[in-house]
Write a protein that binds this ligand. Sequence first.
Ligand code: FMN
Length: 186
Amino acid sequence: MKTPIRILGIAGSLRRLSYNRAALRAATQLAPKSATVETFELDGIPAFSQDQEQNPPAKVTELKRRIREANAILFVTPEYNWSVSGVLKNAIDWASRPHGDSAWNGKAAAIMGASTGAIGTARAQNHLRQILVYLNMFPINQPEVLISHAIDRFDQEGNLTDALTRERIIGLLQNLVDWAQRIGPK
Ligand SMILES: Cc1cc2nc3c(=O)[nH]c(=O)nc-3n(C[C@H](O)[C@H](O)[C@H](O)COP(=O)(O)O)c2cc1C
């Protein structure tokens, strides 16, 4: 039996009742048998300063270790003013430094996101894809998981109740696993 593909899921919201954190929780339950989805919470990471990049906070060191241990990354991004949240960008920046020691380099990735708006983080996801180019990451393209009108897709406890969204997340994770196996370990 093959070793399961390890996916690290990172949601770009600190909000207690965050739809994106809820979507990531759903992904941990919808992973194919050949994979695990673990999560990393971004709370407690200070604002990036290049003065500290040679001696980063412990939480950043932990983030970089968890990224390196994973075969693939699942980004679950909110949309803030047509882009990714500052919290997510801040974590991305920390883990990309110092120069030559980026934890992201060469990783397979998938992107999904939830917003209360009508196009479900499409603009944020597009921005994130641009960022991943510089990070030398390899995101899969499909299926698109754009969770629009999030209030209608989750119940009061934050369970993802929308059947089509659940199916899409299953498809995304399966494609990510296949892709991570194809591009090999990193
Ligand atoms: C600063 C800020 C900017 C936002 N900008 C957008 C936006 O550009 N597009 C959008 O669809 N929703 C936008 N929203 C609404 C978010 O989609 C909504 O707050 C969502 O619940 C955030 O994700 P979370 O539930 O995971 O925290 C914005 C919210 C905040 C707080």
